[in-house]
Design a protein around this ligand. Sequence first.
Ligand code: NAD
Ligand code: DAU
Length: 339
Amino acid sequence: MKTLLVTGGCGFIGSNFVRWQLQSYPDVEIVNVDKLTYAGNLENLTDIEDDPRYRFEKGDICDRSFIDRVLTSASIDAVVNFAAESHVDRSILDSGPFIQTNIVGTQVLLDASRKAEIGRYLQVSTDEVYGTLGDNGYFTEDTPLAPNSPYSASKTAADLLVRAYFHTYGFPAITTRCSNNYGPWQFPEKLIPLFISNALADQALPVYGKGNNVRDWIHVLDHCRGIDAALRSGKPGEVYNFGGNSELTNIDLTLKLLDALGKPRTLIRHVEDRAGHDFRYAIDTTKSEHELGWKPEMDFETGLHSTIDWYLANSAWVDRIRSGLYLDYYENQYGTRLA
Ligand code: NAD
Ligand code: DAU
């Protein structure tokens, strides 16, 4: 597995994956295809952009001739598809880009990869395809698909295309489904980086509803190790779940963040709940542990503190994002303009 085509490598998880691959495998080469949407940021990879084993190609995964050209411009051994519209709240505001990139983009990549006889394809998916849990139980790879948001519906459609390409054509595709990631370079629209950035700026933290919804948090590098394990030793046609064994209600997480930052609880604002808000996600990782030899290694307290330290040290990165169109999005979503 020498040369990887990574899509969406300028986003949060993709950029962590690209860096981690280059650091972990001296012989790996990476071509990174990214459209540079609002969430894609070349700054996420400035430290490795001059590495001779790395090449960036700006473009859209929905553009078949562009993808065909990239796939034949190097001897690509595997494709890892991170490229997506990834934020649930934005999908509620406008599902159009989610249908286009997450579904059509995946179909284009699958078709082009099949034609180019790529030996391995990995679809980076999400636990949200399983819908929601009540107080008990865990998602396994056999849990029926029951997406509840336009985002998760589009990711589910992509997963079904991947499944169909394996069953119909024998195309060697693998799907991974992970819980909520956190860590460095996460765009500050998602809960943890949004609340860290708002708290540091003494702005209100908008907790949806009562804050009783539960998420299972996994450090992004544990997710990257899981994707790598599935890519190298997973079985084509299979699905592998990853999770962090770190379930928390949103309000408990918010209190933890405020305490760690030394900020007052008066910053908490309970705002209108997210439409169709999934109550709880939790993952059974038995299959990935047994078949891939993977398990999450980062303990949540350590990971959260190192993430907070990263955001403190990279306030200029955050400030450049929290301007212009970001402020418009924020106002549209939360009804208040950031100062
Ligand atoms: P992100 O929004 O931070 O990054 C997405 C990247 O994809 C950006 O760089 C963007 O420019 C690029 N992109 C978007 N549309 C594109 C297109 N049409 N062509 C090429 N590039 C395009 O997302 P993320 O949080 O890093 O998530 C990456 C993947 O992991 C997604 O597929 C997401 O569904 C999945 N996932 C995310 C999480 C999470 O907690 N963030 C958990 C499980 C799975
Ligand atoms: O589970 C995996 C998924 O995790 C990924 O597939 C998605 O790409 C990723 O965005 C994430 O989805 P969530 O919707 O769970 O993440 P988000 O950070 O948006 O929200 C986490 C929880 O916090 C959720 O219950 C909603 C709540 N929340 C979020 C925001 C942005 C708030 O209470 N206030 C907020 O302002």
